[in-house]
Design a protein around this ligand. Structure first.
Ligand SMILES: Nc1ncnc2c1ncn2[C@@H]1O[C@H](COP(=O)(O)OP(=O)(O)OP(=O)(O)O)[C@@H](O)[C@H]1O
Ligand SMILES: [Mg+2]
Length: 321
């Protein structure tokens, strides 16, 4: 079970067009190039395009076939890509009605994803903060939020992180009605209202039961949230990562790892229509070094002491179950 913590990564970010899919592909290709076995998952249900980006025009199988039980084992929808060591589970259009899978469908999907044979499984999430997108984000023990230095992207990323954090927290306290109610209040509070910060939520939870506060602290520590700033154009923009990190730490009490930045790279914009060709004949570009650095962080992450699955997902003391 410990290996799940190292191998599952979700790439989200709230805003559309910030480069989640490109980052997913480039990190996947970089890891694959270092001999790691990688499976990318197009979890942008309803708006999938990873297959097109890697040069698969008509996917033979998609996630919809698995979700709708056309195939029983998720292994059967894994497809090869032109990049050695990198495979893909294609997404599907919403015509197939899978943009909002039922919770039983999600549970089955998550259980199968965990069992896939790969060193790294990287989930490319859709834009926005739908429940399904947040559930994918929360499911993966390692969460990378991609944003650009634009103020709207920063706001969206912060909103996405905050909304996901609270959704996960409601799950943590799902069997504790009073604590759950406080979390719900905090999640919708406007600034100036009673419990409008994690700090105040901690206080309120503490006054109910000290154990609740420590559950909250453990949850925050284990969220394993990271950020990447994409399309950076100058030195000043490189600092955005540190600013977001300190805002998240101050206002959400959330440890956020700054995984680095990717420069704006014309080659990436220009190659979008010939991504598979680009991936196969990849020459070093100004962004390749950044992706290499970020995969270094991802690989080093595995060397941290592993924590048990129960510590990064739902954690309610057995005594209160
Ligand atoms: N570092 C970069 N430099 C230049 N262009 C980039 C960079 N990263 C991404 N792009 C370009 O930005 C556009 C959007 O990228 P991408 O499709 O990966 O975004 P996304 O976040 O996945 O969008 P969506 O939310 O719609 O799925 C693409 O044209 C891509 O080539
Ligand atoms: Mg995308």
């Amino acid at each position: 079970m410990d290996e799940i913590r190292n191998k599952l990564w979700a790439i989200g970010g709230g805003k559309g067009g910030v480069g989640k899919s490109i980052v997913t592909i480039m990190l996947g290709a970089s890891l694959a190039g270092q001999g790691k076995k990688v499976i990318l998952v197009d979890a942008d249900l309803g708006g999938s395009n990873l297959h097109t980006l890697v040069g698969i025009k008509y996917p033979l199988y998609t996630l919809a076939d698995f979700i709708n039980r056309q195939v029983e084992n998720i292994k059967d929808v894994v497809m090869d890509t032109p990049v050695e060591n990198m495979q893909l589970i294609c997404g599907a259009d919403d015509i197939l009605g899978i943009a909002n899978p039922k919770s039983t469908q999600k549970t089955r999907l998550f259980n199968h994803l965990k069992k896939l044979d790969a060193d790294y499984i990287v989930l490319d999430l859709g834009a926005g903060a739908s429940f399904t997108t947040m559930d994918f984000f929360l499911f993966a023990p390692n969460k990378i939020c991609v944003l650009t230095p634009q103020i709207t992207s920063i706001q969206n990323a912060y909103g996405f992180i905050k909304a996901s954090l609270y959704r996960g927290l409601i799950q943590v306290f799902r069997n504790e009605p009073e604590a759950k109610e406080l979390v719900k209040l905090a999640s919708t509070a406007m600034s100036g209202e009673n419990i409008d910060s994690i700090e105040k939520l901690k206080e309120s939870l503490r006054s109910l039961d000290q154990q609740y506060e420590s559950d909250l602290n453990t949850y925050l520590e284990n969220l394993q949230m990271k950020i990447i700033i994409n399309m950076v154009r100058n030195d000043r923009e490189k600092e955005v990562g540190n600013i977001v990190k300190s805002v998240a730490e101050n206002y959400l009490n959330l440890p956020l790892e700054n995984y680095g930045f990717v420069p704006y790279d014309k080659i990436l914009t220009n190659s979008i229509n010939q991504m598979s060709e680009f991936l196969q004949n990849r020459k070093d570009s100004i962004s390749s070094l950044s992706f290499y650095d970020i995969t270094g962080n991802i690989i080093r992450n595995s060397q941290k002491p592993a924590i048990h699955e129960s510590q990064f997902s739902v954690k309610v003391p057995a005594s209160r179950l």
